[in-house]
Design a protein around this ligand. Structure first.
Ligand SMILES: Cc1cc2nc3c(=O)[nH]c(=O)nc-3n(C[C@H](O)[C@H](O)[C@H](O)COP(=O)(O)OP(=O)(O)OC[C@H]3O[C@@H](n4cnc5c(N)ncnc54)[C@H](O)[C@@H]3O)c2cc1C
Length: 342
């Protein structure tokens, strides 16, 4: 099978690696130039899952871990503070992880692909791994993205753990993700574009040195709202079809889970059953739609813990079941306290 993968982010690099190992002919196209290509992300994810994905791709995840979290502090409105018990949340060297996945792949950097790109016509399938851009698939009327940006900073003293600041109305949050040796990502996603916490961080930490400023919005609309997943011979994988956990804007693990579904479906029948793929993705990420509805209602001030109890229970049960996948403990009382405080 001759496949083109467009986008060498987390989904494209993992998928390319896995499919090439299985004997497919893979060509990757990436729009950024090789010397500036950088994984836009705060590099935080669950070790429990990344160990499995790494193993599948012939890598040892231990080699990439930068910081192992123990507790995450959450500063909430009205001076409330909560602590999340971490059960595998780490930061890891996403740059080298993706570079290593791509080591043996044929990649053309600096190539921007569109639906009009003639050179894509020679492939049996073209996989849209363009993340937020969704360059090869039709737009979705229900697309919803949250503006965000972050800094990679050096020379941070005295802050060794993950911490976040939750904004009122769950309209976004500030994050501090430690990368070890005084390095960290600080950033924020904020529907109102105020990004509280970023300038405050620099005021409190004048010695912090900016290495990079990185920014792009994050898609929050889940797969159910990002149909179609395919168009002619183009198939979307990862954030391009909404594989992001809407409450957190967390897309690494969901994108990789989506890659695994793509591989399963392709292995079942090389003619790629797009309907089966759609069904499996919608099933896997079904509860993301409940979470998305909770987030949107909270943002609009319409969430009621009584009226929407069923929806909240669905989110709780699914997150509890997936504790390992998230890398932190889930507690119903705490979830309620959090929602009330926000
Ligand atoms: C600031 C920020 C911080 C985040 N932090 C976290 C975090 O800590 N943990 C977490 O789990 N998730 C995080 N996320 C979300 C996560 O990074 C994404 O959901 C995930 O990277 C999506 O993977 P992907 O491969 O689908 O897309 P991407 O990783 O975005 O990769 C898409 C690739 O396609 C390329 N591309 C785009 N358009 C074209 C085109 N037309 N032609 C060719 N190439 C193209 C891009 O250059 C890019 O390399 C964060 C997102 C942002 C913006």
């Amino acid at each position: 099978m001759k496949l083109a993968i467009v986008g060498a982010g987390v989904a494209g690099s993992y998928l390319g690696n896995r499919l090439q190992e299985e004997g497919h002919h893979i060509q990757v196209f990436e729009e950024s130039k090789k010397d500036v290509h950088w994984p836009v992300c705060a590099w935080g994810a669950s070790k429990n899952m990344l160990e499995i994905f790494s193993k599948n791709a012939g890598l040892d995840f231990e080699n990439y871990i930068l910081h192992r979290g123990k507790k995450l502090r959450m500063d909430l409105p009205a001076n409330n503070t909560e602590y999340l018990e971490l059960k595998g949340l780490v930061t890891y060297d996403k740059y080298h992880w993706e570079q290593d996945l791509c080591k043996n792949l044929n990649i053309k950097y600096g190539v921007h692909c569109t639906t009009e790109s003639e050179f894509l016509k020679e492939y049996d399938y073209v996989v849209d791994c363009t993340g937020l851009h969704r360059s090869l698939l039709p737009r979705s009327q229900e697309d919803f993205i949250i503006p965000s940006y972050e800094y990679l900073v050096d020379n941070v003293d005295g802050i060794e753990e993950f911490y976040v600041i939750g904004y009122k109305g769950a309209r976004g949050y500030f994050w501090f993700f430690p990368l070890g040796n005084g390095r960290a990502y600080i950033g924020a996603g904020d529907i109102d574009r105020r990004y509280f916490g970023i300038s405050e961080f620099f005021e409190k930490n004048p010695q912090a040195k900016v290495v990079k400023k990185i920014g792009r919005p994050i898609r929050l609309s889940p797969p159910k709202r990002m149909l179609p997943f395919s168009y002619t011979n183009k198939i979307g994988v990862g954030e391009s079809i909404g594989c992001v956990f809407p409450m957190l804007g967390e897309g690494i693990i969901p994108s990789l889970l989506c890659c695994d579904i793509f591989i399963e479906v392709l292995n079942k029948d090389p003619r790629f059953d797009a309907k089966l793929y759609e069904k499996r993705v919608l099933k896997k990420f079904g509860y993301y739609d409940d979470v998305y509805r909770i987030v949107r209602m909270k943002m609009d001030g319409k969430l009621s813990t009584i009226k929407h109890f069923k929806l909240l229970m669905s989110m709780y049960r699914n997150m509890k079941r997936d504790e390992k996948r998230f890398g932190f403990g889930i507690d119903f009382e705490q979830m309620n306290r959090l929602l009330k405080a926000l």
